[in-house]
Design a protein around this ligand. Structure first.
Ligand SMILES: *Cc1c(COP(=O)(O)O)cnc(C)c1O
Length: 444
């Protein structure tokens, strides 16, 4: 039953063995290219991403009205770039070069959605709302007052439409929160990994949650088929949505301002390593592309995946992208990192990432849990397991001895993709598990 090594899957033998053994490692992407060589051929341009940033800006006054917590920032949904001195010292005690700097991008604390999905998921919902409102004549054009969309005529329009989405948890949450706030019907198809509290929260918002016993791809296909049969159902396709991707990518364009505020320079001589938790690839892919377009080739992007669900690694390394499933490696796809628990990458993101991403690394559940505990103890940060996958990056990347980093001090950004909405009891469970496992893993 096991496919022959290197032949059926299209992987080199060493990569296939490491994936099958579920041992954490960094796969270095031989397809990575300087931006100047590939920029004009990319399926997504800087102008496309700026279009998404403009859309988020048009909607900001409306969002500030819908969500009081956004009022202070004028409806702009952003997070801080934080120094993590105690955690950085821990990594250095464990061997990270003394000259490297470590920061954490606090998307786990993004207002309203509590995860990286606040940019992508919200943007995808706002695209649907804008299209419908323009078509119905409720908005005259992009210069109109978008606060009108909180009024009765717009709510009546949106109430006649349903947003549908397949989700391992956080995407459903972001689509549910924004969709319901605008008055849409929302149906979320959840895979087996989805946490109970996410389903409960969605139901409390008035969304319909459909639970699927199978994996993420299966939940998505059901949702896709249902939506295709209805003119008033809008499917937000995590495995193939450009609108989602562009929303995520806005974070990359915003990065230079965040770095400048901290006095951090980026150049090939002072490389910036982004460590990005990866599920289907939309969030890390968007951030990586946006950051490389905004900051150039001094940016190195690394994706983090569970050892049980290395879907992007498999897709890129085999060149088979969404045609390859981690099940073909004998992996279960089961992981505590619910946000990363996908068997196949996005149809278009994998191909788009071929020249963009520097590498993909895998992380065990035990290591993620240990990092959750360490970041809590050291920095008081509340992350979910998926977000903490990023913390394994600096060591693995340094251990790989990449020529682009040799002899240079690097800045590492751990992209913390979710966690602040985690209920106390769920967070306590993760910490308790870390306590039980300490000893085997470097929980500190
Ligand atoms: C969705 C998610 C990711 C990964 O995003 P993809 O677009 O699926 O690659 C990472 N971390 C968390 C917490 C998420 O919810």
């Amino acid at each position: 039953m096991a496919p022959e090594r290197g032949s059926v899957l299209g992987l080199d033998a060493a990569t296939e063995v490491r994936l099958r053994q579920e041992s954490p490692f960094l796969w270095v992407n031989p397809g990575r290219r300087p931006l100047a060589e590939v920029r004009d051929a990319l399926a997504v341009t800087r102008a496309d991403i700026e279009g998404a940033a403009d859309r988020l800006a048009r909607f900001a006054p409306l969002l500030a009205g819908l969500f009081p917590e956004l009022a202070p920032a004028g409806g702009v949904i952003e997070s801080g770039l934080l120094p993590v001195p105690r955690f950085a010292a821990r990594l250095k005690r464990q061997g990270l070069p003394a000259g490297d700097a470590v920061y954490l991008k606090a998307d786990h604390a993004l207002p309203v959605a509590g995860s990286v999905k606040a940019r992508g998921g919200f943007h995808a919902v706002l695209c649907v709302a804008e299209r419908l409102a323009l078509a119905a004549g409720l908005l005259a054009g992009p210069g109109d007052d978008y606060c009108k969309l909180a009024g009765q005529p717009a709510r009546a329009l949106f109430a006649g439409h349903t947003l549908s989405v397949g989700s391992t948890g956080n995407l459903g949450l972001s689509v549910g929160i924004m969709g319901r706030a605008l008055g849409f019907g929302v149906t979320v198809h959840m895979s087996a990994e989805a946490r109970a509290w996410k389903k409960k929260k969605l139901r409390s918002l008035g969304a319909t949650v459909v639970e699927h016993p199978g994996d993420y791809t299966a939940a998505c296909s059901v949702a896709r088929e249902e939506a295709a049969a209805s003119a008033t159902t809008h499917f937000i396709d995590d495995e193939n949505s450009l609108d989602l991707f562009l929303g995520y990518a806005v974070a990359g364009l915003r990065l230079p301002a965040r770095l400048a505020a901290l006095g951090l320079a980026v150049a090939p001589e002072r490389p910036l390593c982004l460590h990005l938790p990866c599920g289907v690839g939309g969030a890390p892919g968007g951030i990586a592309l946006g950051a490389r377009l905004a900051l150039g080739d001094g940016v190195l992007a690394f994706f983090a995946e569970p050892t049980q669900a290395p879907s992007m690694l498999l897709g890129l390394a085999s060149g088979r992208h969404d045609a390859a499933s981690v099940a073909q490696l004998g992996l279960s796809g089961r992981t505590l990192a619910d946000g990363l628990a996908v068997a196949r990458p996005s149809r278009f993101v994998g191909r788009l990432m071929q020249p963009i991403v520097d590498g993909v690394f895998t992380v065990t559940d035990a290591a993620m849990v240990a990092s959750v505990a360490a970041l809590w103890r050291d920095e008081g940060l509340r992350l979910e397991a998926s977000a903490a996958a990023s913390a394994a990056g600096p060591h693995l990347v340094r251990a790989a001895g990449l020529p682009r980093l040799a002899g240079r001090d690097a800045t590492h950004i751990l992209w913390a993709t979710g966690g602040s909405l985690l209920p106390e009891a769920d967070f306590a469970d993760v910490l308790a598990q870390a306590g039980r496992e300490a000893g085997g893993e470097p929980a500190g």
